[in-house]
Design a protein around this ligand. Structure first.
Ligand SMILES: Cc1cc2nc3c(=O)[nH]c(=O)nc-3n(C[C@H](O)[C@H](O)[C@H](O)COP(=O)(O)OP(=O)(O)OC[C@H]3O[C@@H](n4cnc5c(N)ncnc54)[C@H](O)[C@@H]3O)c2cc1C
Length: 485
C-alpha cells in the first residue's frame, strides 16, 4: 500500500528544498521526491551563487518582487543553517554613454522594486572599490545588499533541516505518472514505487512542463537556456571583491566576474536557448565570448587561469516570469519556470507556496518542536586560511581525522568527508559539493581514490558501485587483482 502524505513536492532543487523546509514548521506530513541520487543535482548546483539585490527584473513581475523579498531572508537563514554567505555587493559597470543610460534605468527599476542603499558611482569611486577594473570605466551602479553563497551547501542545509523536522526525502524517485482519484494524487516513480498526497507541488525545474502535462495541463513550456561558466585558479587571487556586471542588453544579466564564497573568481555565464534539456557541454565558442567580455572588464584575467568549466540550464518558461500558482487541477500547485533569480528568490517562493496551500483550505498548525538550527562541520581550510592553529589543534585532539588531509588543494580533512558521508552524501560529486574536496587545481586527481575508500568503508557500499553522480557514472569498472581495484 502507498504511503499517504498531506503534501508531496516534486524536485529537490533550491525551490523544492525551500518549500519543504518551510512546510516542516507545520504539523503536516510532507514528502520531497527527487529523481537524482542526491539533492541539488539540477540547475541548483550549476549557477553563479549570487544573491541578487533585485534591480534587474521588471517592476511588477513576480521575479522582481520575490527576488527583493528573498534577498532579505539570507542573514537569518545563514545564521540558522550555517551555510557560508557574505553580502559583498554588486557593481554594474559602464564604459560608454549608452551603458551609462542603462545604469540610470536599472537604478529606477531598483527603486521601484524596493532595493535599498543603491548608489550611482563615478569613475574614481568605482575604481576605489574595485582597483582591478579596466581604468576606462566611466561609472557604475552599486548595490551593497547583494551577496554570494555556496548554492549546493545552501540546498543541502535546507534539506537536512527539513528532514530533521520530519520531511521524508525520497531519492532516485523519478515521477513517471500522476493520477488523481477522489481527493488524492497517486504519484508513481519509474522504478515502480508510489505514494499518495492531498497536495502536489511541482518544483521540477527544467521538467516542470512534463510534470504539469502528467496532470493534463499543457499550458506552458520550459526551454533550457544554457549558461557556461569558467572557474579561475585561486593562484590569481581575489581579483574582485564584489560581483561585476556589464550593463545588460538582451536575455540575461550579461557575462559577469564573480567572486565565489570559497575564494576563487568565476567568469560567465553565457545565455543561449537550446532544445536539449540534457546538454551540459561547454564550448570553445562560449569560452571565447566569456573571455572577450571579462578580460575587457578585468584585464588581469588570463585564459591560462581557467582550471575548470561547467554549464547550467536555466528553466525559461514560455511566459517570461515565474509560474507560481494553484491550477485548474485542485491541489496541484506550480513553482515552475524558476529561472534566475530563482536562487535568490527561493525563500520568498517557499513563503508564497505556503500561502497558496493555506488559501486552499489545508489546516496548517505550527509544529511546536520545529528546530530551525542545523550545525555545519568546521572546515579545516577555513582554520588554515585564518591561521587559527589553536582551534585546529583542539579539533585534532577531539578527532584525529582532522589531521589527515585528503584534498591537498583545498585542505579538506578526512573528518569532513566522513561527516558528509554520514549526512547522506555518497557520490563523488555530492562529497565535492558538501566539502570542496576535488574542487581545486587537480580536480580530484589526487584525492578521488581515498574518497572512494572512505565512502565504501563508512556507507558500506561496494567500491565498484560508487558513482560520480548516480547510475551510469561508476568510477571503477572491475577488480584486476584480489584486493586491488
Ligand atoms: C548558469 C546559471 C547561473 C545562475 N545564477 C544565478 C544566480 O547567481 N542567482 C540566482 O538567484 N539564480 C541564478 N540562477 C538561477 C537558479 O539557479 C535557478 O533559478 C534555481 O536553481 C532553480 O531551482 P529549482 O529548484 O527550480 O530547479 P532545479 O535545481 O533544477 O531543481 C529541480 C529538481 O527537480 C528534479 N526533477 C525533475 N524531474 C523530476 C521528476 N520527474 N521526478 C522527480 N524529480 C524531478 C530535478 O532532478 C531537480 O533536482 C542561475 C542559473 C543558471 C543556469
Amino acid at each position: 500500500m502507498s504511503k499517504k502524505y498531506d503534501i508531496a513536492i516534486i524536485g529537490a532543487g533550491v525551490v523544492g528544498a525551500s518549500i519543504a523546509r518551510r512546510l516542516s514548521r507545520y504539523k503536516l506530513t510532507v514528502a520531497l521526491l527527487e529523481k537524482e541520487v542526491d539533492v541539488s543535482f539540477g540547475t541548483s548546483k550549476a549557477n553563479s551563487g549570487i544573491i541578487h539585490a533585485g534591480f534587474h527584473d521588471t517592476p511588477g513581475s513576480l521575479k522582481a518582487e520575490l527576488c527583493v523579498r528573498g534577498n532579505t531572508e539570507y542573514d537569518r537563514l545563514a545564521d540558522e543553517l550555517e551555510f557560508p554567505f557574505e553580502r559583498r555587493g554588486e557593481l554594474v559597470v559602464a564604459f560608454d554613454e549608452e551603458q551609462q543610460q542603462t545604469l540610470y534605468k536599472l537604478y529606477r527599476n531598483g527603486q521601484q522594486n524596493g532595493v535599498r542603499y543603491m548608489e550611482l558611482l563615478g569613475r574614481e569611486r568605482t575604481l576605489e572599490l574595485e582597483p582591478n577594473l579596466n581604468p576606462d570605466v566611466l561609472g557604475s551602479l552599486y548595490a551593497p545588499t547583494a551577496g554570494i553563497i555556496g548554492p549546493y551547501e545552501y540546498c543541502f542545509a535546507l534539506v537536512e533541516n527539513a528532514v530533521k523536522n520530519g520531511v521524508e526525502l525520497l531519492l532516485s524517485f523519478e515521477v513517471a505518472g500522476i493520477h488523481k482519484t477522489n481527493n488524492f494524487f497517486s504519484v508513481e516513480s519509474s522504478d515502480g514505487r508510489s505514494i499518495e498526497s492531498s497536495f502536489l507541488v511541482n518544483a521540477a525545474g527544467l521538467c516542470a512542463d512534463r510534470i504539469a502535462a502528467m496532470c493534463g495541463m499543457n499550458n506552458f513550456k520550459i526551454t533550457p537556456r544554457k549558461g557556461e561558466e569558467y572557474l579561475l585558479d585561486k593562484r590569481v587571487g581575489k581579483l574582485v571583491r564584489r560581483v561585476i556586471f556589464p550593463a545588460p542588453k538582451t536575455n540575461s544579466k550579461g557575462i559577469l566576474v564573480i567572486p565565489t564564497i570559497d575564494g576563487p573568481v568565476m567568469i560567465g555565464p553565457t545565455a543561449d536557448d537550446i532544445d536539449d534539456k540534457e546538454d551540459f557541454s561547454t564550448t570553445k565558442e562560449g569560452l571565447d565570448r566569456v573571455f572577450a567580455f571579462t578580460s575587457h572588464t578585468v584585464p588581469a584575467i588570463r585564459v591560462s587561469d581557467i582550471i575548470t568549466s561547467f554549464a547550467g540550464l536555466r528553466p525559461v518558461p514560455s511566459r517570461n516570469d515565474f509560474i507560481i500558482d494553484k491550477t485548474e487541477v485542485s491541489g496541484f500547485i506550480n513553482a515552475a519556470g524558476i529561472q534566475s533569480p530563482g536562487l535568490t528568490a527561493s525563500p520568498a517562493i517557499a513563503e508564497k507556496i505556503c500561502g497558496i496551500i493555506l488559501s486552499c483550505g489545508l489546516r496548517m498548525e505550527l509544529n511546536p518542536d520545529f528546530n530551525p538550527k542545523r550545525k555545519a562541520k568546521i572546515r579545516t581550510r577555513t582554520l588554515v586560511e585564518n591561521r587559527d592553529y589553536d582551534t585546529l589543534g583542539k579539533l585534532i585532539q577531539s578527532d584525529k581525522n582532522y589531521s589527515k588531509l585528503v584534498c591537498r588543494c583545498e585542505n579538506v580533512s578526512e573528518a569532513e568527508i566522513i561527516d558528509a558521508i554520514y549526512r547522506g552524501h555518497t557520490t563523488i560529486d555530492s562529497i565535492k559539493y558538501a566539502t570542496r574536496a576535488c574542487s581545486g587545481r587537480c580536480q580530484g586527481g589526487f584525492c578521488t581514490s581515498r574518497i572512494l575508500q572512505l565512502i565504501s568503508e563508512h556507507a558500506g557500499i561496494d567500491i565498484l558501485k560508487i558513482t560520480k553522480k548516480g547510475p551510469g557514472s561508476e568510477l571503477i569498472l572491475h577488480r584486476i587483482d584480489k584486493g586491488h581495484q
